[in-house]
Design a protein around this ligand. Structure first.
Ligand code: ARG
Length: 362
């Protein structure tokens, strides 16, 4: 039975009872393209060469990914969640990436949905093409506000003066060294607002985020100006030079309980935020097992933290992440396993594939 939410958009946390959500799909996804220094800063080294224009992900991989997504959608519907799906787009023809990772492009804050100011040019039309019909539907509710991203006039301006930018063919090995970017020298400058929505998470009236290779200070300032009255955006100090999306770095499981990735953030850095003063903060104690088949083209093993909460108890976890599931079970959670390896292969897991629209207030 699907419960009808009072408003079409209303979410203040990552963990309160979920009522409605957008879930992406994988069909026709292609490897994204970005300047070589950006790929080097954010993607796994063994796959650098795949990030070239007009390179489709293998069709059988995408078929399997979509079968996994359907299973995930069924789990959500079985729990009474209303699920919106994006329009099918031929990303090959559009020179784009995917509709599978809407978390990167949209963030809900209260009754407002804010579109990311993507750093990557290949993603500039992703929301417009795949998601504008959903956004138009949501806007039929008069309390809902949708903030669309400004048009970018000169995409490359974001890279001017960045080390490694403009060097030909750096991905294919003509530039020496594995990384052209070192700690806190991000792959973008501050020429215009840039942020990916997945660099931010909701903790009540506070949004917690990070600067990263796709999010700059102007992007944070833009987000601050776009959130509704009464909400604030605070930055967490991460120690990850490859940072891109915070949802494999910290994971709030319920009010006052958070798991963090000790390779990317310290307890001290978390405790610097007032918000976490009375939270239980647990470093995830195990090393994620390597996953090679299907290949993890775009992410690290820490994707195991990229789970999706149905409420303060139930969380959807990747079926193979048994050690992780047992760990959170001991913390009082109820893991719901779902296979998602083929979705993981193309860039993210359950959290990346979704955009929460309504989570019931407490
Ligand atoms: N960059 C993270 C890692 O490699 C993965 C984050 C994925 N998140 C997303 N919203 N696409 O561990």
């Amino acid at each position: 039975m699907v419960s009808v939410p009072t408003h079409l958009v209303s979410a203040d946390t990552e963990w309160s009872p979920l009522r409605s959500v957008i879930v992406g799909h994988a069909a026709d996804s292609c490897f994204p393209t970005a300047p070589p220094h950006m790929i080097k800063a954010t993607m796994p080294e063994e796959h650098f060469a795949s990030f070239r224009p007009k390179n489709r992900f293998p069709a059988s991989l995408l078929d399997r990914a979509d079968a996994e997504v359907r299973q995930f959608v069924q789990i959500l519907r079985d729990h009474g969640v209303l699920v919106y799906r994006p329009k099918a787009i031929d990303w090959f023809a559009e020179g784009g990436y995917t509709a599978a990772m809407p978390r990167d492009g949209l963030i809900t804050v209260g009754n407002t949905v804010i579109e990311a100011c993507f750093a990557w040019e290949c993603r500039h039309r992703e929301i417009e093409l795949g998601f504008s019909e959903i956004l138009a539907d949501l806007e039929k509710d008069p309390v809902v506000r949708v903030v669309r991203a400004p048009k970018v006039e000169r995409p490359d301006a974001l890279y001017e003066g960045i080390r490694g930018f403009g060097q030909k063919d750096a991905v294919n090995g003509e530039v020496n060294g594995t990384h052209t970017v070192h700690s806190h020298e991000w792959a973008i400058n501050n020429a215009r607002p840039a942020f990916d929505a997945a660099d931010f998470l909701r903790f009540g009236k506070t949004i917690v985020g990070q600067l990263s290779n796709v999010t700059n200070q102007k992007g944070v300032d833009y987000l601050r100006s776009a959130v509704p009255e009464g909400y604030s955006v605070e930055l967490l100090d991460v120690t990850d030079e490859h940072a891109m999306h915070i949802d494999a770095t910290i994971l709030p499981l319920r009010q006052r309980l958070l798991i963090y990735n000790p390779e990317r953030v310290s307890k001290r850095a978390l405790q610097k935020l007032d918000l976490f003063k009375d939270w239980e903060l647990h470093a995830y104690p195990y090393q994620p097992a390597p996953r090679e088949n299907p290949p993890r083209y775009m992410t690290s093993g820490w994707l195991l933290m990229n789970v999706f909460s149905l409420d303060e108890k139930k969380v959807v976890v990747e079926a193979g992440d048994v050690e992780f599931a047992e760990y959170i079970r001991k913390l009082g959670m109820e893991p719901i396993p779902c296979p998602f390896q083929h979705v993981n292969s193309i860039g993210g897991s359950f959290h990346c594939t979704t955009v929460d629209l309504v989570r019931q207030g407490t």
